[in-house]
Design a protein. Sequence first.
Length: 200
Amino acid sequence: MNVVCLDLEGVLIPEIWINVAERTQISELRLTTRDIPDFHQLMSRRLEILDEHGIRIDDIHAVIGAMDPLDGALAFIRRLRSRRSVIILSDTFTQFVEPLMAKLEWPVLFCNELAIEPDGRISGYRLRQEDGKRRAVEALQSINLSVTAAGDSYNDLSMLRTADRAAWFRAPGSILAEHPDLPAFNSYDELLAFTDNVGE
């Protein structure tokens, strides 16, 4: 049996932090794991910026509430879920993505949690586990499931390398150049065909 594991941001939904950066006009918040591979370094800097500018969780919710999944993402996930079991593996946070998960009709999501103070200040974050994407794939494989995975960023690489079959989806050229052995797709139709082409 084959399970499909997908990254969330950049694959099914827009990058949340980039949208927050555009709304707040804080350009440094545009940085993602495409730019800084070390997730802890990236998140520490993000939290510093939020504090410096007095941005609270309600401010971020206002941005997320106005966002929609990427064009074609809902139709893709519907078609994919009619064929395969699907799990979203993401480094995002439950407090961020619930509105967008509702718009994607609630696929299974494994992600992380924020620490939020009573005044709405985001004081920290709690990972579900270190290198959670890779370890989720390994756990699925340990119960005799075959895993097909797709992602777009550095923080997806260990997931992709561990999966039985893997591909980049709309990854930047710099990442594709560093890892040219993995197939790369830009359309949901291509990705769906890739997930379909699995021997059971």
